[in-house]
Design a protein around this ligand. Sequence first.
Ligand SMILES: [Zn+2]
Length: 294
Amino acid sequence: MFKTEQDCIDYLVTLRWPKGFECPQCGSIRFWEKSKGRFECSDCHKETTVTSNTIFHKTTKPLLVWFHAIWWMVAQKNGVSAKGLQKVLGLGSYQTAWTWLHKFRRLMVLNGRSKLNGIIEVDEVLIGGKKSGKRGRGAEGKSLIAVAVEVKGRKTGRVRLEKIPDASGKSLKNFIEKNIEPSSTIITDGWSSYSDLERMGYIHKVQRSVITEGDKDILPNVHRIASLLKRWLLGTHQSYLNKNKLEYYLDEYVFRYNRRTSNSRGLLFMRLIEQAVITEPVTYDKVINENHGL
Ligand SMILES: [Zn+2]
């Protein structure tokens, strides 16, 4: 679909202005196209390019290179490292590849995505650091992640992952309300922070570990996701320990996991490009300094 720069521009114009150009400053639909993807409003004379205020804002790289990068990111089932991307695109700078990947991760929480529903296992896990553990002290250098997984018979459905400040009732309730449809069935262990779920409108099933069952995993789906996540972080993104970026890696993981059975990589690519034109630009400094969601 995208053989020339013009193909990319035309595609972005269609996505951004499906009913035709509209001036972002005054709303006028009268314009002239000064050059490819560059419009001037006939009323207020503001000049707008198709990439302005999108993640491609003020880029000096051709859109073809960007599209190629996004394609590469979705085409690799397990994700890509900045080094890998730099090599494939022949980018001069590692920093550019690294920044781009972080920009792409910001596209991966799709607008209006629906909450999990049905039967859902929820737990918190610690990741990072050397020892695994949970809730206890001595968790320094680790991050606490809330995990929710749809259980579909013997299979898992969609997942949600979020870094949470602690395992308090408040943190977990926020996570659950944000990610799970009311009246769903939530399975947790007996941790007291989950004791309010019925009052919040969920059906709550508590799995208690039974001593005679030895170390049988009472929340197998959540723990399977957690170990896949850890393996993925270690395998592809050793730099995830750069703490304030972990959330973005979680977003990428969720995006990939929830689409793992999708045969159409092309569709995923289009979803990301669609997000790209409605996502505010982020600068390198912002990528470096800003915490997720703050
Ligand atoms: Zn105007």
